[in-house]
Design a protein around this ligand. Structure first.
Ligand code: C2E
Ligand code: CA
Ligand code: CA
Length: 583
């Protein structure tokens, strides 16, 4: 060794990278009969430990790795290990599949004990390059181990991976992705798909998640699992996320315009976007630009983003929450955070992934944990949604533990916008059919008069402020009066005969310029989710009267071809005239 570099790493006391490369080369060259393996180890999220417990605690973790490697490899002949940089370590040792598994287990075991003492979780990832190629520079050999490491870094389930040459094909694939990403965005090759979320109580669609797809003219559909990690690494995700958010807002806007019964849609926010100082502005700008209520856009942050930087996340979440956005905590349970933090952060929904849970080594335990998470979230007033639900059995299980909403292949895969609109309509019809059946059955057992009485009494109790009300049918831009109480004629200054004789459609009584407004009110109310309201003018013998009205869907009429509505009315004529507001 020529002394131009340090032999020992000052902090951990084990070898430095330069010394390792030189010595490892010597060992390999001197032992042509032995096959060697290179292992790289990464301590995940050391920065979190530094931040939460101080740099000296972070240093202790690194020192602990140094002494662990010493202990494990002290008695292994032809082995050598070093700290490469920051939280990255390397080992060279003779190739022996079984023994290598044991070394890794020993290291993990030591860190488990250490985690217990410190009461923090330390996650290690291992990249193993077995039977290294001879005559290749050490740096390249290490890079291969590192390539294997990168495939499992940050993965809570799989900690170890082995290098194989196909990883290079993947790397070439990665390069192609990076090369094409900008033009793909420009050419609109990224498409937003939607996956419905359903209520477990009544099957209803309660929303959707926007998930991006890359539909490449050359390569077909590329899954986000392939390109998102790359874009997170090179920062392109900032652009792509914004594109997805904008497309989603534009979709919501279009559907609202078209009168489709649109529900809130959630978008994913990559962890690196939380460092974007304009994040909050971007969202408030988007809902203004597309004129949509902010509660229509739900924001999914991953739990691990929260763990990375709790202060910053808390600040962002609070700002977004104040603007009316709903916050979802994605992949809840996969990170380090405790349920305890939920009482401090403004989270509206916890998303729990069933697939993640069932892949753990103790699925039974995982399910018990899930049911307590759901229960505890309820106590805190937080909703939860379980995703990755594929089977009837899972649905039954989730119902049994009190879960209320789900997302998964059981209902639908993520689908293109057009298909999603069809899907909503299909489900709308199902709900309406169910309602129709309800109404049918009630009509069967009750006299029509009794139904009327029932409506009359419940409605007047519900809307005591109305001067009068009526039961209407509406279909194809045509409002028909079905039944009214006596007060109707008095308030509207007409009588039964006039009302039914002179006109056969109520539109004839409405001031012509207001007919469209009236239709609009019925149209809006026909989704069944909102009451609509407005002021319209009605023709009377002696001029015009101003009516304030609220419309609400009651159900489907017995023939099933038009919808039945309740409309409550207040005569505003005097008030409006007094205020000089008539036009
Ligand atoms: P995620 O946010 O956890 O999304 C849920 C993933 O689970 C989706 O994968 C979805 O297709 C899949 N999934 C849904 N139901 C089932 C099921 O029943 N069984 C199984 N096995 N899987 C199901 P997808 O679309 O491939 O997306 C993967 C990940 O990529 C997402 O995980 C998310 O982290 C990321 N991603 C997707 N779109 C975006 C985006 O626009 N921005 C960002 N930042 N990330 C995105
Ligand atoms: Ca998500
Ligand atoms: Ca998720």
């Amino acid at each position: 060794m020529d002394g131009s570099y340090k032999e020992k790493d000052r902090l951990t006391g084990i070898l430095t990278r330069e010394y390792f490369d030189a010595s490892a080369k010597e060992i390999i060259d001197d032992n042509p009969d032995i096959d060697f393996t290179i292992i790289e180890i990464d301590i995940n999220r050391l920065n979190v430990i530094n931040e939460l417990y101080g740099v000296s605690e972070g240093d202790n973790v690194l020192k602990y790795m140094g002494s662990t490697l010493e202990e494990v490899f002290e008695s292994v002949p032809f082995s050598i290990y070093a700290r490469l940089q920051a939280d990255l370590f390397v080992i060279l040792c003779p190739d022996d599949n079984i023994k290598i598994g044991t070394y890794i287990e020993e290291i993990e075991q030591k860190f488990k004990e250490y985690s217990r003492i410190l009461n923090i979780d330390i996650l290690l990832s291992f990249g193993v390059y077995e039977c290294i190629e001879r005559g290749v520079a050490l740096q390249i050999l290490r890079d291969r181990a590192k390539l294997a490491l990168k495939t499992v870094k940050g993965n809570y389930i799989q900690h170890v991976n082995y290098y194989d040459s196909s990883m290079y094909d993947r790397m070439a694939g990665e390069q192609e992705i990076v090369l094409n990403m900008n033009s793909a965005l420009k050419n609109r090759e990224f498409e937003v798909y939607f996956q419905p979320k359903h209520s477990l109580d009544d099957d209803r669609i309660i929303g959707a998640e926007a998930l991006v797809r890359w539909i490449s003219p050359d390569r077909g559909m590329i899954s986000p699992g392939v390109f998102i990690p790359i874009f997170e690494e090179n920062g392109f995700i900032m652009k792509l996320d914004q594109y997805v958010w904008e497309e989603t807002c534009s979709f919501i806007h279009e559907q609202m315009e078209a009168g489709v019964n649109i529900m809130p849609v959630s978008v994913n926010i990559s962890r690196i976007n939380i460092y974007n100082p304009e994040l909050v502005d971007i969202f408030s700008h988007l809902v203004t630009k597309y004129n949509i209520p902010s509660e229509m856009l739900e924001l999914e942050f991953t739990e691990s983003a929260y763990v990375d930087n709790p202060q910053l996340m808390l600040q962002i979440m609070e700002q977004l929450h104040a603007l009316g956005f709903k916050i979802e905590m994605d992949d809840f349970g996969a990170g380090y955070s405790s349920l305890n933090m939920l009482k401090d952060v403004p989270v509206d929904v916890l998303k729990i992934d069933l697939n993640f849970l069932s892949k753990t080594s103790h699925p039974d335990k995982a399910f018990t944990i899930m049911s307590s998470v759901i229960r505890m979230a309820k106590w805190l007033g937080i909703n939860s949604i379980v995703e990755g639900v594929e089977t009837e059995e899972q649905i039954e299980f989730l119902k049994s533990i009190g879960a209320t909403s789900v997302q998964g292949y059981f209902y639908s895969k993520p689908i293109p916008a057009g298909d999603f609109v069809e899907y909503i309509k299909k489900y709308d019809v199902r709900t309406v059919n169910a309602k129709k059946e309800e109404l049918h059955s009630s009509i069967k057992v009750l006299e029509i008069n009794q139904v009327w009485d029932m409506i009359k009494s419940t409605r007047s109790e519900e809307f005591p402020i109305f001067d009068t009300f009526g039961l209407y049918e509406y279909h194809d831009k045509h409002v028909e009066l079905v039944r009214v109480p006596d007060s109707y004629f008095k308030v509207l200054r007409t009588d039964r005969e006039k009302q039914y004789k002179i006109t056969d459609s109520i539109e004839d009584n409405i001031f012509p310029e207001d007919v469209e407004l009236l239709h609009d009110m019925f149209e809006k109310a026909s989704t069944g989710h909102h009451m609509s309201q407005g002021i319209f003018r009605r023709k009377t013998d002696d001029g015009l009267m101003y009516l304030y009205a609220k419309v609400r869907l009651l159900g489907i009429n017995s023939t099933g071809n038009s919808k039945m509505f309740y409309m409550g009315m207040i005569d505003m004529s005097d008030t409006i005239r007094r205020l000089g507001l008539e036009n």
